[in-house]
Design a protein around this ligand. Structure first.
Ligand SMILES: [Zn+2]
Length: 176
């Protein structure tokens, strides 16, 4: 391995890159980068895994990120926002296309009207609310970042719930 004098290189990113290119295990580093498929926000993983034979306890496979050229295993971020990672968002877009196509086919075969896939979330929230499930629980189930988002669904079903509540009161007063 040739030791490079990189003191004159001002950019830390370029220095890191030159260190990496000069690394004896550069092929492995290149393999990791190729595997990222252009992901701009790769996640750096560190740690170890060991696979044991459950009956004998023999170590079948052992892996540690310390053996990687950079000490990390790089993996794709999987972000679906094109503004964050164009490469990963393209993969997500392809998955979404197939999901929606399959969903549309299922609706057609079942003789149901066409709805957006996203509408299923709204239907789920509405049905849960009507069953008396608390807003906080629905927020967690649907993965809403803020309860305000869940509350907008509540606004849609509130009138019906109020009508049902008044109907219950009416029944109670009719048959005490
Ligand atoms: Zn990515």
């Amino acid at each position: 391995m040739v030791t490079l004098d990189l003191h004159h290189v001002a950019s830390p990113a370029v220095r890191d890159l030159l260190h990496l290119v000069n690394h004896p295990d550069f092929d492995r580093a290149q393999q990791q980068i190729e595997h990222l498929g252009g992901c701009t926000e790769p996640v750096r993983l560190t740690g170890r895994t060991t696979t044991l034979d459950t009956t004998t306890g023999e170590v079948l496979r052992s892996y540690t990120t310390s053996d990687e050229p950079t000490g990390n295993l790089l993996t794709t971020c999987g972000n679906r926002r094109a503004s964050r990672c164009p490469a990963c968002s393209r993969l997500y877009a392809a998955d979404t296309y197939h999901l929606i196509r399959t969903f549309t086919t299922i609706l057609r075969r079942a003789g149901l009207r066409r709805i957006r896939f996203h509408d299923l979330r709204h239907s789920t929230a509405t049905l849960l609310l009507e069953q008396g499930v608390e807003l906080v629980v629905i927020k967690e189930l649907l993965g809403h970042a803020h309860i305000g988002v869940t509350a907008t669904v509540y606004a849609h079903v509130r009138l019906r719930l109020q009508r049902d509540a008044i109907d219950s009161l009416g029944r109670a007063l009719d048959h005490p």
